[in-house]
Every structure is written in C-alpha cells, then in structure tokens.
Design a protein around this ligand. Sequence first.
Ligand code: SAM
Length: 302
Amino acid sequence: MFLFLLFQIIFDMISILYETKPQKGLLCNMSGKLYVVGTPIGNLSDFSPRAVETLQEVDFIAAEDTRVTIKLLNHFHIKKPMISYHEHNLREKGEYLISRILDGENCAIVSDAGMPCISDPGEDLVRLAALHNVETIVIPGPSAAISALCLSGLSTSRFSFEGFLSTNKNSRMEHLNQIKNDCHALIFYEAPHKLLTTLQDLESSLGNRRIAIARELTKVHQEVIRTTISESVTKYTDTTPKGEFVLIIEGAKEQEKTTFTLEEAISFARQLIADGAKPSDAAKEAAKETGWKKGDIYKGIL
Ligand code: SAM
C-alpha cells in the first residue's frame, strides 16, 4: 500500500511538472514553444499582463531591435536574454532559434512595435516552427493596421492589408493596378518622408476616393484625418508630415468595376485589328481592358 502511494505521488508530481512548466532538460527531451508576442504601438499601457508574464517566463527573446526592446523590458522590470532577429539575419538566425526551441527552450518573438509578422519579422520563424512541429502560441497585442481601420469611419466589413508600397516605381504601380478594382477597404503603411509621393500615386491609380489618415495612434499626438485623396495631396504639399501613418482607403465603387463578356472582349480586339493593330497586340490590349485571358480572346478573333 505504502509503495503504491509513493508511486502515485511521484507520478502526480511528474504530471504537474509536465503540465505547467516548460518541458525541457533531463525529465524529457520535448521541444519548447514559440510565443508570438504583440507589443504596444505607442502607449506602454497597452502591453497586456499576459504579455509581461510570457516575457518573464520564456528562456529568451528574439527581438527585431534589442535596443528598442530593452526599453520595454526595463519599463516592466523584465530581465531576459535577447537575440537579435531581423530581416537581414532571419535565415541563419531562424535555424539557430528553432534548434534552441527544439532543445527544450521557450522563445518569445517581439518586434519594435505592434504584432510580429505584420510588416515585421516573424513570418519566417513561425513557418519554420510549423515545419518542425514546434507549438506556436500568440499573445495578441495592438496592430496599427487594425487600430487605424477601426477609427477610419469607412466600411470595415471587408478589407485587405497592403503593407508598404514598394519603393520601386514599376512595382508600386503594378501593385496599385492589381487592387484598383477591389471593392473593400485598403490598408497601407507609410513612412512620413514618402507620404506625399504615395498619396500622389494613389490619386493617379485609384482616383479621388475617401481616405482616413491615421497618425501617431495611441500616442499623445494621435490624429485621424478623414478626407479625400486629392485633399490630402493638397494638405501634405503644404505641410511636412511627421510621425507614423496608416492610410485607409475606401474600396472601388461597385459600378466602377465594369464586367465584360468574352464576346465583348473579342469584338473590342477586332475593332483594334480593324484600326491597324496586330492580332496578338489586339488580344493583349483587350485582355488588359476586359480582364479576359489573352489566349481566349486570341482564339476568338482567329
Ligand atoms: N507590426 C506593426 C503592426 O502590427 O502594426 C507594424 C510595423 S511596420 C514596420 C511600422 C509601420 O506601422 C509604420 O511605418 C506605420 O505605418 C505603422 N505604425 C506603427 N505604429 C503606428 C502608430 N502608432 N500610428 C500610426 N501608424 C503606426
């Protein structure tokens, strides 16, 4: 009886250890976990108690910029080793971080502000974790995109996150061309020194739509300007933008999106041929205008 009780106590103790503590070391060789932790986008009071607890309890933190994260850790009296993990070292560091997690350590990934993985490092690490069957846990925090959308005053029922537009002129125009007929709200991030050029490009590609410009969210100088793209171009031609910006733009109006039948696309191409275009050029142009495949139009005009 005594032996049975002793075994029962030992068994219970091991079960408790397995349930509540990071599973590592000699007891078993199970993997640790990856915690994806959101951090404030300006107001430190937005850092959740669960996020604080998580950073206190993990073995180490993968931080986008350790100089930024140390300020957060100091504010919450957290002492924890950090490893820098950013877009320029994610390939080699990713493997290293995962190998430590597989050896039983728990890791939290944080970015400078907001949610990791959203225009910030994290996506690759989570993918790598999934590949190695490492459990990933999210500690959600604010994201500038969603915060701005909520204040935009525009329809929030459907939206797409477009991130930062490329600095390469062709790529950004191609990006805008792809989304110009989307009927849902569009969310962009932009740096202050590129804001005016971006607004001008948005105006020329999407036309003059309603826009909400959310600046310095959760900070002392938070501001949301609800205006039109053209008015915002005028405003920032006269005023130098300062701070961090999110742009929310209303989607295309349903009627702006013209739909063509294949017959209409073919007849459009035939008209171009009659005007002197080569059949393949006419099919290409008609495809661009109507959204049909060039091959289908080409077959139709032969
Ligand atoms: N991961 C972050 C998130 O979840 O929001 C975004 C990081 S991204 C590198 C930084 C961009 O987010 C800024 O250039 C700006 O467009 C936007 N942003 C971040 N904080 C902001 C704030 N407090 N107000 C407005 N925009 C902000």
